[in-house]
Design a protein. Structure first.
Length: 270
């Protein structure tokens, strides 16, 4: 079998707040999500860096965290005091950050740089589960505040060469994100939207892209995503592997809502 080092890309549903540290306080089980995140290193090894496109960072233009030692950003509320002192000391990677900016600018996409931005919980929470030792460098990137799905797909396309350079592209969001409608009321709309999403992911590449661009026409779309910030990282992950198959690697219940995660592209053969 021919050896390939090309990495797949991932869209992950990152869960709520600092859940890995407070599992005994949460009234539902994150076990399936935890297992899916823990499986990633076994699938891809230790990449040169993880590029994490996080739903929790919105900026007027796509912006890249360039710091060598990013601080922490506790962008959640109502949790125990100790969760505001957690540390995920993964180093940044200024070289990879510069390469990200280079690829975006070569594609005509303006790119901002932020040397001070800290790891938000869309980044440090799932990456702690996947790489608890924090040895893999992380570059964090924003979504764009106009929420244009085409722009986010184009960013993914521009960043596709990173997959051959040892950089793992992770879009971190949630396939269901309506903070006012968790619990029993989330079940039906999330099932409808999740069913649409899975059918779209299984479609041929042209249809899949078209479906995602028109995501607002999906069943219960605006109930599941009153704001699409947590859906847009999916567009980046898909854009970087647009012609390749999708595998649903997470599917479970989260606060009464059905949620899913996907891997795009084949696993590397080592």
């Amino acid at each position: 079998m021919e050896s390939t080092t090309r990495l797949p890309t991932y869209f992950i549903s990152h869960g709520g707040g600092p859940w890995p540290w407070i599992k005994d306080l949460i009234p539902f089980d994150f076990g399936d999500l935890e297992e899916s995140l823990q499986s990633i290193p076994g699938e891809v090894g230790d990449p040169t860096a993880v590029l994490c496109v996080t739903a929790h960072w919105e900026a007027p233009q796509f912006t890249i965290g360039t710091g060598a030692e990013p601080p922490m950003l506790y962008d959640y509320g109502g949790f125990p005091d100790f969760t505001y002192h957690l540390r995920y000391p993964a180093p940044g990677h200024p070289g990879v950050a510069a390469r990200v900016a280079e690829l975006l600018e070569a594609a005509g996409i303006p790119a901002g740089r932020d040397p001070r931005r800290g790891y938000d919980h869309g980044t440090f929470v799932p990456l702690f589960v996947a790489w608890p030792g924090a040895a893999v460098p992380v570059v964090q990137m924003s979504i764009k505040a106009d929420f244009d799905p085409v722009d986010h797909l184009e960013v993914g396309r521009a960043l596709a060469p990173l997959r051959d350079e040892g950089v793992l592209i992770v879009g971190s969001g949630l396939s269901y994100h309506n903070l006012r409608r968790f619990g029993p009321d989330a079940a039906e709309p999330s099932q409808h939207f999740d069913g649409w999403l899975h059918r779209a992911m299984e479609a041929d590449p042209t249809t899949r892209t078209k479906e995602l661009i028109g995501w607002e026409q999906a069943p219960a779309a605006r109930i599941c995503h009153p704001r699409e910030d947590h859906l847009l990282p999916l567009m980046v992950a898909l854009g970087a592997a647009e012609d390749e198959p999708a595998v649903r690697n997470y599917h479970g219940f989260m606060g009464g809502a059905v949620a899913s995660g996907y891997r795009f592209g084949a696993l590397p053969v080592r």
